[in-house]
Design a protein around this ligand. Structure first.
Ligand SMILES: Cc1cc2nc3c(=O)[nH]c(=O)nc-3n(C[C@H](O)[C@H](O)[C@H](O)COP(=O)(O)OP(=O)(O)OC[C@H]3O[C@@H](n4cnc5c(N)ncnc54)[C@H](O)[C@@H]3O)c2cc1C
Length: 453
């Protein structure tokens, strides 16, 4: 078989969008029609919406890391590494492999699905002291860190140190931040029972957001219900407030409060992967500007989707509406983009992406949840059943479904465990160390690399 003559399809990123695309290409294309290659730093697709449950120990990390090599039918060639630049002119993607080799990968069609990274601001101390909640490593690290604070507070006789170690700050009142604060507060609340020397009243969680409402997508009534649940649990919710500066042992809020703490979790939104900026193409708030068919105008064979792309939201009546960065859209866009790559390959017309949002589910841990499926407002156990049912059915493989369900049952029967593994405990844990945001090239560096300078 002559591999050189077959068109080369390169998919960047093995998230909801990238894996959705690859699996569809494998199903719809014959092996002789095209070579499909996937660039990904990890050997799994991460089910991000359940990350707060990994941080709180309800789920094991493996249960939400869906293997990319589960079936013999998965014939895509996988390059273990990250794309650090794309040269649209010469159709080359520059990749840094996991062994730090830099290689050029040529393509005829490229699908850009590298997702997003944590959005930060120019706040003193933020990038040095805050943890994110975007990767499996961060979730595992935060879990260990939080349990370590209880251990250290327990061992200390200094009241000031105890108080600081038992205060926790989460910034970001979207679903990621709210679920993180809610799930971790449950963990510390349950764990403290095993520390007879610690006063449970010293444990204090703060959830802050500069916006006037928590999760505005939920609407006023449901948003207030979520806030009420958090308040009842003792989480201090402050709206219209952000961070002025962050240090190793305290955080200063914009309302002047200085909170002694060793734990700042930053979940104040996401921005498109820095890979997008290496293209030097038009963006909409950092996301690559693409058509409703997810194609890059003026560049044949270039597609982008998911959190990294500004895909027009054709289901909305407003002009210029773009799809929000959610898994719900990314996974569906993956299927449509694969069909469009195949259509481009076969000289057939491309199809626009249209999907009406199904709503939002927010799991606050235990029996607490709020959900708004198809506009119906739900609270409590019913909302929890819908939230878990939705996530469970969206998991890609039966093995992942079984692992998650078993973990939920085990947690319901046996309760939480509070084991600290010591995972990376002596290493710096900055956002850029987890999300590799400073690995990317500038458009000029990409050109120089491709031209062999
Ligand atoms: C805590 C949390 C909770 C969430 N809850 C929900 C929810 O309840 N409902 C919902 O719809 N959405 C939720 N989301 C949002 C949702 O997870 C994202 O919108 C979705 O993951 C986007 O899919 P994607 O494929 O674009 O990106 P991702 O799923 O993030 O995948 C991107 C992939 O690309 C890889 N990658 C990154 N850079 C490169 C590179 N340079 N080269 C190669 N590969 C690269 C990454 O490792 C990753 O595997 C949540 C997000 C978080 C963080």
């Amino acid at each position: 078989m002559n591999t050189v003559t077959r068109p080369r399809i390169l998919v960047v990123g093995a998230g909801f969008a990238g894996v959705g695309c690859v699996r569809r290409l494998e199903r719809k294309l014959t092996p002789d029609e095209a070579d499909v290659t996937l660039v990904t730093p990890y050997a799994y697709q991460l089910y991000l919406p359940l990350l707060p449950q990994v941080a709180s120990g309800v789920l094991t990390p493996q249960s939400i890391a869906v293997s990319l090599r589960r079936s013999k039918k998965y014939r895509t060639r996988i390059i273990p590494g990250g794309a650090i630049g794309v040269d649209l002119k010469s159709k080359v993607c520059v990749i840094r492999t996991i062994t730090d080799d830099v290689v050029d990968e040529r393509y005829d069609y490229i699908v850009l699905a590298p997702g997003s990274v944590t959005r930060t601001f120019d706040i003193p101390g933020l990038t040095e002291h805050a943890f994110g909640m975007k990767t499996l490593a961060e979730a595992a690290y935060i879990r260990d860190h939080v349990i370590a604070q209880l251990d250290l507070a327990d061992a200390s006789d200094d009241p000031a140190e105890r108080a600081a170690r038992l205060q926790f700050v989460v910034v970001g009142g979207g679903y990621a931040g709210t679920e993180t604060a809610a799930c971790l507060q449950r963990l510390t609340h349950a764990a403290v029972q095993r520390y007879p020397r610690l006063d449970p009243n010293l444990i204090k969680w703060h959830l802050i957001d500069i916006a006037p409402k928590l999760m505005p997508e939920l609407g006023d009534k449901l948003g207030r219900s979520a806030q009420e649940i958090l308040r009842r649990r003792g989480i201090d919710v402050s709206l219209g407030v952000s961070i002025d500066k962050a240090g190793a042992e305290e955080v200063t809020f914009t309302d002047g409060r200085v909170v002694p703490t060793h734990t700042l979790i930053w979940t104040a939104g996401v921005v498109a992967s820095p890979l997008i900026a290496t293209l030097g193409a038009e963006t909409v708030r950092g996301r690559l500007a693409v058509t409703a068919e997810m194609a890059l105008p003026g560049h044949d064979g270039v597609f982008a989707l998911g959190d990294a792309a500004a895909v027009p939201d054709k289901a909305k009546s407003e002009e210029n509406a773009i799809c929000p960065p959610t898994a719900q859209h990314a996974m569906r866009q993956g299927t449509v983009v694969a069909d469009n790559v195949i259509a481009a390959l076969r000289n057939e017309p491309l199809l626009p992406y249209v999907h009406k949002d199904l709503g939002l589910v927010v799991d606050l841990g235990g029996k607490d949840a709020v959900s708004k499926p198809l506009g119906i407002e739900l609270r409590g156990v019913l909302a929890q059943a819908v939230a878990r049912g939705y996530h469970w059915s969206a998991l890609r493989t039966n093995v992942a479904k079984t692992r998650v369900m078993t973990n939920w049952l085990l947690n319901a029967v046996a309760g939480d465990d509070f084991v600290r593994t010591g995972f990376q405990s002596r290493k710096a844990a900055r956002l850029k160390d987890f999300e590799f945001t400073n690995e990317y090239l500038t458009p000029e560096q990409v050109r120089a690399q491709v031209e062999g300078k």
